[in-house]
Design a protein around this ligand. Sequence first.
Ligand SMILES: Cc1cc2nc3c(=O)[nH]c(=O)nc-3n(C[C@H](O)[C@H](O)[C@H](O)COP(=O)(O)OP(=O)(O)OC[C@H]3O[C@@H](n4cnc5c(N)ncnc54)[C@H](O)[C@@H]3O)c2cc1C
Length: 382
Amino acid sequence: MTNISIIGSGLAGYLVATEVRKKLPKANITMFTATDGAYYSKPMLSTALAQDKESSDLVMFSAAAMEKRLDMKVMAHTKVKKIDSKASTIITEKGSSGYDSCILATGSDVISLRLKQKIDDKVFTVNSLDDYALFRENLSTGTRIAVIGSGLVGVEFAHDLAGAGYSVSIVGDAAYPLNLLVPAEIAQVLQRAMEKELKVKWHLNESVVAIEPNKDSVVLECASGTKINADIVLSAIGIKANIDLAKASGIRTEQGIVVDDMCRTNYSNIYALGDCAEVAGLNLHYVPPIRKCATAIAETLAGSPTTVKYPAMPVSVKSPVCPIAACIPRTKEKLTCELTGVVPDLVARFVDDNGSLRGFGLSGSATKQKIELSQQIESWLS
Ligand SMILES: Cc1cc2nc3c(=O)[nH]c(=O)nc-3n(C[C@H](O)[C@H](O)[C@H](O)COP(=O)(O)OP(=O)(O)OC[C@H]3O[C@@H](n4cnc5c(N)ncnc54)[C@H](O)[C@@H]3O)c2cc1C
């Protein structure tokens, strides 16, 4: 019987386990995870506060329930220290285990703030269920929250916190929010809606240089000299692929774990998917690419070598006061941005010299066009 080991119990780990079980009903599947192995949907983390959800409310299935559903073994609280690729063995803090195929789904780490002074017990990041529990617990200490980072995660948390009744200031180093996702005209529709309807205070073109104590709260010092008072700080300045284990095990890495279009690393029986993986040069940090990789890996393990196909996949910002959707152009070609519509319902189309659509940004009710427009864009990986 074939032994398949999966490292990581995030969406990537569980989605690939699900697909493998469908294709290989008799395989031994063992999952190793540093957490308790609870199955939850990470995108829910940035909409849970306004719905008054505890971290336990976000758990869809416990590790024990997942073991039963997928007829697999979950080794919870078991961090993998190294993979011995020559001996096909996983080395954990609790012992070793052999495999025929190993799948890395080690996810992402948050990028830490680098400041001249920082008060660690007032500064939080949220990239896991445990992070969310800790952040939520500490929210009881005050009502003024400063969010650092005006990308997708920072904006979603600012929206959620303000929706839950907190007084939110958000600091971003670009001229407008979501600057890596959509053009200014689109982002500013959301910026104004959050300002007007949720009383969010924006500090754009601004960077935090220090966080100083001030009795029970903190003061954020910005490069311009602006000071922001807050009880709690949420840092959302970005994530990076978690490649530590792969590196320690001699597996090739760049921005992510380098895999080919079949999700294979430089070792033919070690695969990677999810936030940790750079699939054929693309290190994408959202859920639709994970589903594509999970299906391809399962087919390959079941004996039908299968390449990953990526259509153009849009991203939606969970900001109900003004929905935003975007499909980032995947080309180095010079593109023209064509803006149409009337505020708040705008369409920005990025077209190349041949007039072909290569990406878009949408706001308000125009977000309904995201599927139709995505289908007009050439596949990213075919
Ligand atoms: C707030 C927020 C909102 C988001 N919203 C959306 C959205 O709306 N739509 C969307 O498509 N995407 C969204 N995303 C992105 C999406 O959630 C991620 O792309 C996805 O959840 C990544 O899953 P993963 O399994 O690759 O990583 P993770 O969830 O990070 O899982 C990694 C797992 O690996 C384990 N691990 C790591 N190293 C080891 C080791 N050495 N040994 C054992 N275990 C290890 C960890 O404990 C963890 O269980 C959002 C992300 C965030 C943070």
